[in-house]
Write a protein that binds this ligand. Structure first.
Ligand SMILES: Cc1ncc(COP(=O)(O)O)c(C=O)c1O
Ligand SMILES: NCCCCNCC[C@H](N)C(=O)O
Length: 365
């Protein structure tokens, strides 16, 4: 048995999302790129490749990883490229997308004939979180002024617009896109491609998939562009668990179970977005708060119901641990990093990466 804690990627669950992704690309004509900022566990890239067109990135290291380990089309984007990175970024990408006109002007000569894009910030978005709202006040994420973009349009092949965050409502997506078309139509008509970013929860059960595909197809036809999507969370939602063991139990008005992991170190988004993870089952009579083992008072994964009282040594699964977890894990409190394991479609489980004290030491000096 693999020592806890470990992230467990269930390939059968991943396949369900990948099949939806494949459906969207076949029925919309869009190309779908994995957003590596969300999920970059390259051991499953071979499994994913047949269903996706490539990767998109937010840094030199992500673009290199995508180019070397995933292949297909590799989009390079960064909020700001550095002078010392740009040659390697260009050598490891098929397109480069700049966040600002000043970055375009700084690097376009070096980029030569490489297709170039600009991030467009339409100033409208769908996000329940100010922290993750690309159109928040004073946002640095992209250029919004249509006149400024039209002035350099001949130097662009495409634009990237990422203005959705966990948007599961097709009507809202449609409405935002319509507003983008109204304001930026003259720009869109001059481009070869448009990436509509990530943050669209189209793999969630019940999403209006056929309307979504039709809307993408219609958009592509209207402007004569190749549409791209950059799903991160939609690719890996509900595919992965964080497997943990109970180290101690207590009662302080609530039943508590302390486990051998930590939100801050292993599922950081729970803290920064003040969310809780799916835990336990719906019918169990024994309710517990599942807590991490760091010194942070609020290191709490959430609450869940269990069929029997929890005991030291029990193994628990913390749900939905695929997106923005493995890419964000850290060594806070010196808690060992979760190993990474893959559950094959035949049910067998293999560990593909384990961490230990030497990794902790080598992350510092
Ligand atoms: C430009 C861009 N593309 C794609 C994504 C992926 O978003 P999600 O994981 O919500 O699909 C993000 C998230 O930050 C992004 O900024
Ligand atoms: N579950 C809480 C919100 C998560 C936000 N996901 C990532 C945000 C995204 N990368 C973005 O910044 O647009």
């Amino acid at each position: 048995m693999i020592q806890t804690p470990y992230y467990l990627i269930d390939q059968s669950a991943l396949l369900k999302n990948l099949q939806v992704i494949d459906y969207v690309r076949k029925n919309s004509g869009a190309k779908l790129l994995l957003a590596l900022k969300c999920f970059a566990t390259w051991s499953v890239f071979d499994f994913m490749k047949p269903y996706m067109d490539g990767t998109t990135s937010s840094s030199l290291y992500e673009v290199k990883l995508g180019y070397q380990k995933f292949g297909g089309e590799t989009h390079a984007y960064s909020v700001a490229f550095a002078d010392h990175e740009i040659d390697e970024v260009l050598a490891n990408s098929d397109k480069i997308i700049f966040n600002s006109i000043s970055q375009l002007e700084r690097f376009e000569a070096k980029a030569g004939n490489k297709p170039k894009g600009l991030r467009l910030n339409p100033g409208i978005s769908s996000s329940s979180f100010d922290l993750a709202d690309p159109a928040r006040q004073f946002s640095r994420l992209g250029e919004g002024n249509p006149e400024r973009i039209l002035a350099i349009i001949d130097r662009l092949d495409g634009v990237m617009i990422h203005n959705n965050c966990e948007n599961a409502d097709f009507a809202r997506f449609d409405d935002l896109l319509t507003q983008v078309e109204a304001r930026y139509g003259a720009i869109l008509h001059r481009l070869k491609w448009v990436s509509l970013g990530g943050g669209i929860s189209f793999t969630k059960p019940g999403y209006e998939l056929d309307k979504f595909c039709e809307r993408l197809r219609q958009f592509a036809q209207t402007y004569g562009v190749q549409v791209y999507l950059e799903p991160g969370e939609a690719t890996v939602r509900y595919t992965t668990t964080l497997e943990v063991s109970v180290l101690d139990t207590a009662f302080n008005g609530k039943h508590l179970a302390i486990v051998d992991s930590s939100t801050e170190a292993h599922m950081l988004d729970l803290l920064i977005y003040r969310e809780t993870a799916p835990i336990g089952n719906e019918t169990g009579e024994h309710r517990y708060q599942i807590c991490g083992k760091t010194c942070l008072a609020g290191d709490i994964f959430g609450e869940g119901n269990f069929d029997v009282p929890l005991q030291v040594g029990d193994r628990l699964s913390i749900g939905d641990a695929g997106g923005y977890t493995m890419v964000k894990k850290n060594w806070f409190n010196g808690v060992n990093m979760p190993a990474i394991a893959i559950k094959e479609p035949d049910g067998s489980i293999r560990a593909v990466r384990e961490f230990g004290y030497d990794d902790y030491v080598s992350s510092l000096s």
